[in-house]
Write a protein that binds this ligand. Structure first.
Ligand code: F6R
Length: 603
């Protein structure tokens, strides 16, 4: 949901900002812009469309400066257009800002400013920040920023430049992420680490209402009472390669292929001696009479898988709620409920709201998060980090797989603590989980078949996914993946539900993807397969207990053997590859599907 970057230093800010925006494009890509300051004032270029359009515009009208800010947008207020793109300037062209977030009281503020004769040029909520800043500004930019922050309701991460302070870049945030990178050749603000990683791996994570004042020489932090703050400088350990495509056509394919390593690293973080192990061991599940998992999108689907695993192993009720529903439903949670928040970004607005609601009601909160230092990671009582590294493709793959693993571990550890399984059984389960990286690597060897099969599926208008129990939960993820990147309508059904309505949609040459990893349910799902084939459907059957033989209506992808509890980690890889190659064969923009953005920081 919008990416911002800023730079002040000894080099020309323009290529640095354009390069940073490329790394942030996953956060929004309907328009972009850049502003740099020199001794004559601001030079601004803003462009509707992809970042490449901005680059072309900058090449046609070169600008330069040692201080600058840039923005890549996912429109919320006002259509994507040149004028609505950021940076926004006040009407006296004295202050320029980039904003990620939503200003909830912008209408009131705008009306007030308009009554004072200030003319707005865009339809955005963000312009009000620039106009308000100029209105308040009496000479001290810190005072101005503090006044603006006090007047704003909503969420913001801001980069601010002011002509009166040509040697400063100011940043402040509330409920949206912002990092500060420092290097010998200059200092940076950015929505996410990859934007600065080719310049520095030393970053500060800004907390809400902290102000960063960047100069060429360094950075200082203050609270909104202008008192100096001491902050901890973090060293990022992942390399720049993890945020590059590394020879793959799309980030999504690269991230799918990285999964054996991600599984391995995440397993080590629990079975080895890391923080994740310590945190899981410190959590006493016997204090709780119920678990609630709440999340959005794919992270919610990970929760659906976990419900089956946890209930089967722990015999404890597990509810799974969409975070957007949980936050408004007056959920029945209290101090005896463990609420698990699952989020790759740790910044999803609905999940943040669900977390705060759960805490307000006294529940204990545990998060499974990929992005270090994110809001959810910071605010929950317990935080487990997945070790997926930066995930750039909008459609999640490797982070989802790491979430699943963490949830399996919780299930086994909780079951052991509750005395539902003994230590030998727990060890057996850990061994099964530890076998996943090798099995995932083996499965990826079937990529050619999946690619070939997917190439025959581009013409479908609708594709159904079916499974039972855990296979149904992972079918939901397969369906979401397909629709978000291939734009083919799809739905996931519990196999047993087909006959209660959906089977009427099955006709000649409908495609049904069926999943079967639980031997005891094989007969049931196979009879669903037969029912749809006899009504003309074609079936892609994915599983590790399939006894049927392939024919012109039935194609099979054989999964490595694994306890069915952990099989989603394998079946999902086939589903991801299938979606990827369908979309690739349609020639779509896979890493940046239309209308989507990676981190949904608005409601
Ligand atoms: C789908 C996808 C989204 C996210 C959802 C939650 O491929 O990526 O459905 O899973 O927006 O995002 P996080 O995990 O960042 O809270």
């Amino acid at each position: 949901m919008c990416g911002i970057i800023g730079y002040i230093g000894s080099e020309n800010a323009v290529p640095i900002i354009l390069d940073g925006l490329k790394k942030l494009e996953y956060r929004g890509y309907d328009s972009s812009g850049i502003a740099v300051m020199d001794n004559k004032g601001f030079s601004v270029v803003k462009q509707k469309g992809r970042l490449s359009e901005l680059e072309t515009a900058v090449n046609a009208r070169p600008i330069s400066g040692f201080l600058g800010i840039g923005h890549t947008r996912w429109a919320t207020h006002g259509e994507p257009s040149d004028i609505n793109s950021h940076p926004h300037l006040g009407s006296q062209n004295k202050i320029a800002i980039v904003h990620n977030g939503i200003i909830e009281n912008y209408k009131q503020l705008k009306e007030r400013l308009e009554q004072k004769g200030i003319q707005f040029v865009s339809q955005t909520d963000s312009e009000v920040i620039a106009q308000l800043a100029e209105y308040y500004h009496t000479g001290d930019i810190m005072d101005t920023v503090i006044k603006v922050a006090n007047a704003l309701e909503g969420s913001y991460a801001l980069g601010i430049m002011c002509l009166d302070d040509p040697d400063k870049l100011i940043a402040i945030k509330k409920d949206n992420p912002l990092i500060i990178g420092v290097s010998d050749s200059g200092n940076f603000i950015a929505s996410d680490v990859p934007a600065v990683l080719s310049h520095t791996n030393k970053v500060y994570y800004l907390n809400d209402k902290e102000i960063a004042v960047l100069t060429r020489e360094g950075v200082k932090f203050y609270n909104t009472d202008k008192e100096p703050l001491e902050k901890h400088l973090e060293t990022i350990t992942w390399s720049i390669d993890s945020a590059e495509k590394g020879g793959y056509e799309h980030f999504m394919l690269k991230e799918i292929m990285e999964q054996p390593k991600v599984l391995h690293d995440t397993i080590q973080s629990v079975l080895g001696d890391g923080d994740n192990r310590r945190i899981i061991d410190s959590l006493d599940i016997t204090n709780f009479n119920k678990i609630v998992i709440t999340a959005c999108g794919s992270a919610y689907n990970a929760g659906m898988v976990a419900k089956y695993v946890m209930e089967r192993l722990c015999r404890l009720p597990v509810e799974v709620d969409l975070a957007s529903e949980f936050r408004y439903k007056d959920a029945i949670v209290d101090q005896n409920t463990l609420v698990i928040l699952v989020s790759q970004s740790g910044e999803t607005a609905d999940t943040i709201a669900a977390m705060r609601e759960a805490k307000r009601k006294g529940a204990v909160t545990l998060s499974i998060v990929n992005v270090i230092g994110s809001t959810i990671a910071k605010e929950t009582d317990y935080t487990l980090y997945t070790l997926a590294g930066p995930e750039i493709a909008v459609a999640t793959t490797k982070a989802f797989s790491a979430q699943l693993l963490m949830l399996y571990f919780l299930a086994v550890k909780f079951a052991a603590k509750l005395g539902r399984i003994n230590s030998e059984q727990a060890e057996e389960y850990f061994k099964e989980i530890a076998s996943l990286p090798d099995k995932a690597a083996k499965l990826l060897e079937q990529i050619d078949f999946i690619q070939m099969y997917a190439s025959t599926c581009v013409g479908y208008k609708s594709i159904f996914f079916i499974g039972r129990n855990i296979d149904y939960a992972i079918a939901m993820e397969g369906s979401l993946k397909l629709k978000e990147i291939s734009y083919i309508h799809s739905e996931a059904y519990a196999g047993g539900e087909l006959k209660h309505g959906t089977i009427s949609l099955i006709e000649e040459d409908t495609l049904v993807v069926a999943i079967s990893t639980n031997e005891s349910l094989y007969g049931k799902i196979y009879s669903n397969v037969e029912q749809v084939i006899s009504r003309g459907a074609k079936v892609l059957f994915i599983g590790n207990c399939i006894k049927a033989v392939p024919d012109e209506k039935l194609s099979i992808v054989e999964l490595p053997k694994i306890n069915d509890l952990f099989s989603p980690s394998l079946s999902v890889i086939v589903l991801q590859l299938f979606s990827y190659y369908v979309a690739a064969n349609k020639g779509l923009d896979i890493d940046k599907p239309r209308n989507l953005a990676k981190s949904v920081t608005v409601e």
